[in-house]
Design a protein around this ligand. Sequence first.
Ligand SMILES: NC(=O)c1ccc[n+]([C@@H]2O[C@H](COP(=O)([O-])OP(=O)(O)OC[C@H]3O[C@@H](n4cnc5c(N)ncnc54)[C@H](O)[C@@H]3O)[C@@H](O)[C@H]2O)c1
Ligand SMILES: [Zn+2]
Length: 290
Amino acid sequence: MLIRLFVTHNKKLLGHLPSVMATRQSSDMAKFNETLKSAKNIVFLSGAGISAESGIPTFRGAGGMWRKYRAAALATPEAFGTTPSLVWEFYHYRREVAAKAEPNPGHLAIAKFEKNNPDKTVTVITQNVDGLHARAGTKNLLELHGNLYKTRCTKCKEVLVNTDSPICEALANRGAPDVDQVGSDIPVRNLPHCKKSGCKGLLRPHIVWFGESLEAAVLDKAESVMSSCDVCLVVGTSSVVYPAAMFAPQAAARGAIVAEFNLKPTPATPDFHYYFEGPCGMTLPKVLSE
Ligand SMILES: NC(=O)c1ccc[n+]([C@@H]2O[C@H](COP(=O)([O-])OP(=O)(O)OC[C@H]3O[C@@H](n4cnc5c(N)ncnc54)[C@H](O)[C@@H]3O)[C@@H](O)[C@H]2O)c1
Ligand SMILES: [Zn+2]
């Protein structure tokens, strides 16, 4: 079955529980840490919020604009189809920002937790495309929505790692986020192209855009990890981007213990056993080292 990426607030679709859970919700770090100690299968489900403290804007709130465009509107196949030059400038900007960013204490605490608990199965499922979990040292990682440093040929579909900066000559010094920058006039022939002889197709970022299907193998793996975890930590995600948004509510519904780390409550908060409010670069290291 094809599962497409989209934003929804439909609680039924997301598998939310009746919010009876809210009355039992806790923010007791020591108690949650005890639960973690006895758990065997632990999943971290992360979103853009975990990278906010590394200086990478999220899609919701103040950082959700690039020039006069909503970032989420540029992360679509339609935008790439009509203005590939503009979308490449946007992704070039995001690649450069993420390349200069460093993993923050939240990413590092998760990587350290995995390393220090070889007797447990620890998996990180991330919606992020910035590569910071891997750079922090996380080994068992599933990138649900792709990666800024991978390209896919629109013709032969080959996926390659590409960390070139800039990714092509024409994008050098492009991608400035200022609102007074308008349009983009790079001819398509000067955008990144496949180097395979006989192909020369236009490359695109290997990212799952809104409206597109998640890679079946990655989604299957994520669903299998989620269905066997006994504890799930939901970190810095708005819980409105489907299908990732349904993972944790479904895990809670079948009895897994779920803890959420966010600056503010999300539509899924009432479904979870624990809620730790605040920047996750502060709350995560505390909870994981209790
Ligand atoms: N870094 C990245 O790779 C990146 C950045 C922006 C968007 N995206 C993509 O955009 C989509 C958006 O979904 P999403 O849910 O991941 O992000 P989102 O932008 O929709 O939501 C971010 C969430 O993080 C919370 N948050 C912000 N700063 C935080 C902090 N310091 N500590 C804890 N929580 C914090 C916000 O309250 C919000 O709930 C995803 O598909 C993702 O692939 C990725
Ligand atoms: Zn090709």
